[in-house]
Design a protein around this ligand. Structure first.
Ligand code: GLC
Length: 531
């Protein structure tokens, strides 16, 4: 068993976690000063690792996902000494640290790209993807970028187009070029030698494109967010089979410095194809890949069960799922699912088989904070999920003493300080669930089996099992109180009774013996039953 299989990861968006110097933007020292919230103190959440979104030098066209120096800290967040302090403080508490590796593209301001565009014969030219215009001067093909418009940008100085899967300020590196493997390999080595424990690897599916630059077919009708977006079906510029070689290359670079480093891949593709990125055996490619079909699922018992079991069924036997309900790119689940489901969603996320990744603020129920007209900063419209962490109910929310870079949400009940004192709060429930998970081999690392509840019941129920320990989890997703026959839904695989270990309704006595053929669940209640 690895540390990350039973573990819980926590994503920090550093611009918005904690500001130590009053400039309105979160920073390294801010994170270091708030580690008590995460691990190592009596009231901590008890998470095992943090993944910190990019804080490298960047002009900020994509808020850090456009890197101009992979091995230095952007001054807005501090410096390498501040990073070392954060790493040491985290490790002292037994909290591991994952960084964001962005292998697919640099910033236009990166010295490699500046050199590459300076002349067609500069040796850096081959690190990027260049192509001649069509005879009428247009882009080499019709590929569209994730954020809209052509994926090609004309470079006047050198008279060719360069490719960018995201913003024009993010030119794509060419992973068919060995020098790119070496350069990014050096980045991996730099941070692992400095002591980090692994990486979340950004947008891996964009690293390889068709060398013939074949045209993508037009988009198919209907919502198909993973492959079909911006007017076309991204067959030739996303998730090419050779991408696995890129992952293996990053894996080799990591293994040379620190065997067992965690590599967690990001790719918005269907689960069957995602499974390939786990490679042929553990330690071959990624350890974990985000299950985005799960993140995309509606708050519905049938849809959730489908998403969960698709990963269970498609992953290799050694594969281990990894799920998040929110992150910095998507609307928060408090907004998507509605507030009523937050306690049950916490139980779901922390009791499924797989590594949960919590997004900062979800533990207190932060919802999207839409930017008003004129306030929007992110051109792709993701500000609402990135607003500052709400530490206290006061101006600046305990996040900053200055003017926050993004408008802060309503802190009146959604704040860490008040919820920390309240045993009935969402934050207290997260702590209890994380502790329960850590103490239970069945929940932390056991097998998963779904119960055959009817879709009409609105209940998603499953059994986690390890050795002689068995736990039943049942989540009411429809928002209606009712009585449910989980004994029948288990088709003979469960005993008639169990002991209620934990309910999202903390007023329900936990010692209750439950008759599994008549399990009463309140609207949006989740329960864990020891069998
Ligand atoms: C990933 C990041 C996203 C970024 C994109 C380009 O999807 O999570 O924030 O814009 O890659 O780097």
């Amino acid at each position: 068993m690895t540390w990350w299989q039973p573990g819980v990861l926590y994503q920090i968006y550093p611009r918005s976690f904690a500001d130590s110097n009053g400039d309105g933007i979160g920073d390294m020292d801010g994170i270091t000063g708030h580690l008590d919230h995460l691990r190592g103190s009596p009231g901590s959440l008890g998470v095992d690792a943090i993944w910190v979104s990019p804080f490298f030098r960047s002009p900020g066209a994509d808020f850090g996902y456009d890197v101009s120096d992979y091995t230095d800290i952007d001054p807005v967040y501090g410096d390498l000494a501040a990073f070392d302090r954060l790493l040491a403080a985290a490790h002292e508490r037994g909290l591991r640290v994952l960084l964001d590796l962005i292998p697919g593209h640099t910033s236009v301001e990166h010295p490699w790209f500046r050199a590459a565009r300076s002349s067609r014969t500069d040796p850096h030219r081959r690190l990027y993807i260049w192509a001649d215009p069509t005879p009428d001067g247009g882009p080499p093909n019709g590929w569209t970028s994730t954020f809209g418009g052509s994926a090609w940008e004309w470079d006047e100085g050198s008279g060719q187009y360069y490719l960018h899967s995201f913003y024009p300020e993010q030119p794509d590196l060419d992973w068919r070029e060995p020098a790119v493997h070496e350069r990014i390999g050096e980045v991996v080595r730099f941070w692992l030698q400095r002591g980090v424990d692994g990486f979340r690897v950004d947008a891996i599916d964009r690293s390889i494109k068709d060398p013939l630059l074949r045209e993508n077919p037009p988009a198919l009708p209907g919502p198909r967010r993973f492959d079909s977006f911006r007017g076309q079906y991204h067959l030739w510029n996303k998730d090419r089979p050779e991408t696995l070689d890129v992952v293996r290359s990053i894996r080799r670079s990591a293994e040379r410095v620190k065997p067992g480093s965690l590599l967690l891949g990001e790719s918005y593709i269907p689960i069957e194809r995602l499974a390939r990125y786990l490679g042929d055996h553990p330690g071959d490619a990624f350890d974990l890949v985000f299950d985005f079909p799960f993140l995309d699922s509606a708050w519905d018992a049938g849809a959730l069960r489908h998403a969960v079991e698709a990963a269970e069924a498609h992953f290799p036997p050694s594969g281990w799922p990894c799920r998040a309900l929110s992150n910095h790119d998507n609307p928060r689940h408090a907004t998507r699912f509605g507030r009523g489901s937050l306690r049950a969603a916490a139980m779901l996320s922390l009791t499924l088989r797989g590594t949960p990744v919590l997004y900062m603020g979800e533990e207190i129920g932060m919802a999207d904070v839409p930017a008003s007209a004129g306030e929007a900063l992110d051109r792709a419209g993701r500000d609402a999920a990135r607003t500052p962490m709400q530490w206290r109910d006061e101006p600046g929310a305990g996040f900053t003493s200055g003017e926050p870079w993004l408008r802060i949400g309503d802190t009146s009940s959604v704040n860490v300080a008040d919820q920390a004192e309240d045993p009935g709060s969402l934050l207290s429930l997260y702590r209890r669930l994380i502790a329960e998970r850590a103490a239970s081999p069945a929940l932390a690392s056991g097998s998963y089996r779904g119960l055959d509840t009817s879709p009409e019941s609105g209940v998603f129920a499953y059994v986690r099992e390890s050795g002689t320990e068995r736990s039943l989890v049942a989540i009411e997703c429809r928002g209606r109180a009712g009585s449910h026959d989980l004994f029948a839904a288990a088709r003979g695989s469960l005993p008639k009774t169990g002991r209620l270990a934990l309910s999202t309704d903390t007023s329900r006595p936990s010692s209750d013996d439950l008759d599994l053929s008549h399990v009463d669940l309140a609207a949006n209640e989740g329960i864990i039953v020891s069998l």
